[in-house]
Structure formats: structure tokens, C-alpha cells
Design a protein around this ligand. Structure first.
Ligand code: HEM
Length: 491
């Protein structure tokens, strides 16, 4: 009897899985023959474009509604600001992150803010916005950034300029900025200093594990079907085995920090973990919350600054104007510009916004529709399908930024010398609407502090300025092969 039941159960499970797979495959339309899908599947786009995002930008520019479909991915991609506002604000309830996204990042981020919807998201959003909005945390963040700049970043740039690092006075700026931002975000989130930017540029276990975990998690999203990575995870093979090991390193570090804080008391500490400990008792939940912050602040800032210095290296007139403004606002002697002084640098603010218009750290972001819907441009969205807004393409739209949209021109952000904030739905670099980035002000402050300190003292020139940037696939934009720059000290 039990053998018969077992047989029926097994057959039912097999049939159910088979039909689920068929429905999944049918929805994916893997056989679609339209030009976009053919070009996507055969990678024909790569003969004309350096990056997938450049090809999407080209297609979106040609589309009258600013929306395209990649049927084989079940993905509707839009650069239309009305659609972006609708997805991120007006009909926010219908466009959560959704299960497919949570599954991809779930092992690394667990229930952390980046990876959840509904009540858990609301709770973390409220708690985090209270903390991140406080004057105390802002001044703590500013202290950390200034310390890392003056104790590590400037000495490293100076020794490179003196040729002590290598005879060519060249360093990989992207790598240095990633080390810089990882030290900062770990100190800020955990009160832990991984020392990635110490003079020997050591290999840090947590940084390596964190990078690997984010990279392999992002690669899950590129698998032609989630069944592939899920099967690999089930059998603990290949990339999934490595991912599990890398996540364990990250989680162990976080768990140890939490344990130490619980034992030694957290009231005297200024980092985010200690601040959240008063509100959250569940240590696994606490770990997820803090790990999300590592992801938020690690590569985004480094990526934004890498794009900035690439553009600046090709625009000496912008560099001269930034130097003039910094000199005027800060004066010659002061080492640390204050928060207030940075706020008064309108041209610098414009230049940083302008660089992220062209090179947003998060190039695209997807949501999954819970119900059938119609976007403001008339596009039908099927329940369960993916909708992506594309800040990289949006920064290159003539109908949003005018005919000079491909030029790096900070002046477009200024009216009578005063910075005019962008419409967030035309410039969703920090997302927009109800889930807008909570670290935006901190991130801008950190980026501007780095720019001020480096530009004042050094000339930083990209070694191969004529090469276009090629991006590696991942959650955050990173330049394939890094960004070699030559550093020289200004007279
Ligand atoms: C240039 C730097 C940054 C950029 C461009 C950026 C951009 C973004 C974007 C696009 C999102 C939405 C992601 C999504 O929902 O899929 C986001 C969310 C978020 N960011 Fe940032 N971010 C930056 C730096 C930071 C920093 C330094 C922190 C923390 C200190 C931070 C904290 C957060 C948090 C907590 C969220 C989740 C908000 C929510 O889901 O309600 N970000 N950010």
C-alpha cells in the first residue's frame, strides 16, 4: 500500500514539475524570432556595441514610446519617465521586487531590506531612515570618510605619484576606490576595519568573499533558467558550491561581530549594527539587515567615482572649474572641508550628478508585476512578468536631456550658478518614489569628499583615454579590467 502511495506521489510530483516547467518555458518564449530576441540570443548586438546596456540604450532611443520587450527574457524595459513614476510611485503596490529577485539574492541577503517586500521592508525602512537621517550618524560617517581619505587614500596616491608604487606612477583607480569604499562601509555598518587600503593593499578575506558572493549571486540572474542554478545548489556543485562557501565567510564575520557586541555591550558604539541592536533581538535578522548595507555602500560609491574620474580625465575644463570652486569655498589651508562647505559647492554637485547620469552605478533595476497592468505609455504588462527601468539608457535619451545628452556637461544642472535637483523619475540613479535609496546623501557626501581631496592635490589621468568603458556583468557597474590611471602631484 505504502509503495503504491509512494509511486503515485512520485508520479504526481514528476508530472507537476514537468507541467510547471512547460508553463515557465512557454512564458519565456525561448523561440521568439523578433529582431531584438534574435540579436539577444545570437549576441549579434556585440558586433556594434561595447556593452549590452549601450545596445538597450540604442533600442530605447529608437522606440517611439521609450519601451521595448525582450520576449525571451520575459522582460519589458523602459526609459520613459512616466512609466518609471508609475512603477516606483503611482502603482508601487503592483511592482514589488518579487520572488524571482528575492530567490537570486536570498542566500546572501536573507531578509535584509534590499531583498524583501511588505511588512519586513516597511519595518526596516522606518528603522533605517530614522538612523540614517540623524545628525549623529552623518557626522560619524563624515569622520570615517575623512579618516580613510587622509590616513590611507592620500598617502597612497602620493606614494604612487613619487613612483614608489611602480616606476610608471600608475595604479588601478577602480581597485583603490573599491578598497576605499569597502573599508568605509564595513566601519560604518559593523565598526570593523578590514584594512583593504593599507599601504600593502592586502587581500582581505571578507572583501574577497563578499565580492565573490555578489558576483555569483548576480550570475544566477543570467542563467537561462532558474532551474539550472537551483539544481546546482541542490547538489552543491560548481558555482553554487563556491557561493555557499563565500556566503559562509561573510555571515561568520557578521555573526562574530554581533556576538562580540552582545557580550561587550553596544551602547557606546556609533556604527549601524550597534544602533539597530536596540530595536532587533533576532541575531540572524540583524545580520541580514547589516549585510544589505555592505552591498548598498560597497560597489556603488566606487563605481560612481570610477565613472567620474574617467570623465574628468577627458574634461580638463570641468576639472579646472572644480578646483576653482574648491579653492574659493574651502580656502588654501583647510585639510577637511566641512559638511556646510561641501553643500555650497554647486558646480561639484552638478559634476557628480552629471557623471552618474552617464555612468549610473546601478545601470538597471527590475520589478515583477503582481497583476496584469497597463503602463502610462500603453504597454501591457502581464501578471508575473518582469519590468525594468534603465537609468543608463535614460541618461542617454535626447528627449530627456536634449541633443547634447552624450556630453559630460555639469552646467546643465545649474541655474544662475545654483544646483537644481533633478526630477527623480527622469534621473532614477538612486531609484525614486517609495523605495528611493536611503544612503543618497551619505553617498554624495562621500563621493564629493574624495573628489575634493584628490583633485586639489593630484592630476589623475586615465592611461588609455580613447578606449570606451566596457562593463563586467554584475549587480553594480564595474569596468572590465579596472581603470589604470597615472597620478602626478600638482605643483
Ligand atoms: C552612489 C552611491 C549609491 C547609489 C547610486 C545607490 C543607488 C540605489 C538604488 C538604485 C537603490 C534601489 C535598489 C533596489 O531597490 O533594487 C538603492 C537602495 C538603497 N540604498 Fe543606495 N545607492 C548608493 C549608496 C548607498 C549607500 C552608501 C547606502 C548606505 C549607507 C545606501 C543604502 C541604500 C538602502 C538601505 C537601500 C534600500 C532602500 C529600500 O529598499 O527601501 N545606498 N540605492
Amino acid at each position: 500500500m505504502s509503495a503504491t502511495c509512494g509511486f503515485f506521489f512520485f508520479s504526481f510530483t514528476l508530472l507537476f514539475s514537468f507541467f510547471s516547467f512547460l508553463i515557465f518555458v512557454t512564458r519565456m518564449k525561448p523561440w521568439c524570432n523578433c529582431d531584438i530576441c534574435k540579436s539577444y540570443l545570437t549576441v549579434a548586438w556585440a558586433t556594434k556595441f561595447a556593452n549590452l546596456c549601450d545596445w538597450y540604450a540604442h533600442l530605447l532611443r529608437k522606440s517611439p514610446s521609450g519601451t521595448i520587450h525582450v520576449h525571451v527574457l520575459g522582460n519589458t524595459i523602459t526609459s520613459n519617465p512616466d512609466n518609471v513614476e508609475y512603477i516606483l510611485k503611482t502603482n508601487f503596490q503592483n511592482y514589488p521586487k518579487g520572488k524571482p529577485f528575492s530567490a537570486i539574492l536570498g542566500d546572501l541577503l536573507g531578509q535584509g531590506i534590499f531583498n524583501v517586500d511588505g511588512d519586513s521592508w516597511r519595518f526596516q525602512r522606518k528603522m533605517a531612515s530614522l538612523e540614517l537621517g540623524s545628525v549623529a550618524i552623518r557626522s560619524y560617517a563624515m569622520d570615517l570618510v575623512n579618516e580613510e581619505i587622509h590616513a590611507r587614500l592620500i598617502p597612497l596616491a602620493a606614494s604612487t605619484a613619487r613612483g614608489e608604487f611602480n616606476a610608471n606612477r600608475v595604479l588601478d583607480l577602480q581597485d583603490i576606490l573599491r578598497r576605499f569604499s569597502f573599508d568605509n562601509i564595513c566601519k560604518f555598518s559593523f565598526g570593523l576595519d578590514p584594512g583593504c587600503l593599507l599601504p600593502t593593499l592586502p587581500v582581505s578575506d571578507i572583501a574577497v568573499a563578499f565580492d565573490l558572493a555578489s558576483k555569483l549571486s548576480a550570475e544566477r540572474a543570467m542563467a537561462s533558467s532558474p532551474f539550472i542554478w537551483k539544481a546546482k545548489r541542490l547538489f552543491r556543485t560548481g558555482s553554487e558550491k563556491k557561493l555557499k562557501e563565500a556566503i559562509k565567510v561573510v555571515h561568520d564575520v557578521a555573526d562574530n561581530m554581533i556576538k562580540q557586541r552582545r557580550e561587550m555591550g553596544f551602547n557606546s558604539h556609533r556604527d549601524l549594527l550597534s544602533r539597530f541592536m536596540g530595536c532587533v533581538d533576532d541575531d540572524a535578522y540583524l545580520r541580514d539587515i547589516v549585510v544589505s548595507f555592505l552591498l548598498a555602500g560597497r560597489d556603488t560609491i566606487a563605481s560612481g567615482l570610477t565613472g567620474f574620474f574617467w570623465l574628468l580625465s577627458r574634461s580638463p575644463e570641468v576639472e579646472a572649474r572644480i578646483r576653482e570652486e574648491v579653492g574659493r569655498v574651502v580656502g588654501p589651508g583647510l585639510e577637511f572641508p566641512t559638511f556646510e562647505q561641501i553643500r555650497h559647492m554647486h558646480y561639484l554637485n552638478a559634476a557628480v550628478h552629471e557623471s552618474m547620469r552617464l555612468f549610473p552605478p546601478i545601470q538597471f533595476d527590475s520589478k515583477f508585476a503582481t497583476e496584469d497592468d497597463v503602463l502610462p505609455d500603453g504597454t501591457f504588462v502581464r501578471k508575473g512578468s518582469r519590468v525594468t527601468y534603465h537609468p543608463y539608457a535614460m541618461g542617454r535619451m535626447e528627449n530627456i536631456w536634449g541633443p547634447d545628452c552624450l556630453q559630460f556637461r555639469p552646467e546643465r544642472w545649474l541655474r544662475d550658478g545654483v544646483f537644481v535637483p533633478p526630477c527623480p523619475f527622469k534621473y532614477p540613479v538612486f531609484q525614486a518614489g517609495l523605495r528611493v535609496c536611503l544612503g543618497k546623501d551619505l553617498a554624495l557626501m562621500e563621493m564629493k569628499s574624495v573628489v575634493i581631496s584628490l583633485v586639489r592635490r593630484f592630476d589623475i589621468r586615465v592611461v588609455e583615454p580613447d578606449l570606451d568603458l566596457r562593463f563586467a556583468p554584475g549587480l553594480t557597474a564595474s569596468v572590465r579590467g579596472g581603470l589604470p590611471v597615472r597620478v602626478s602631484e600638482r605643483k
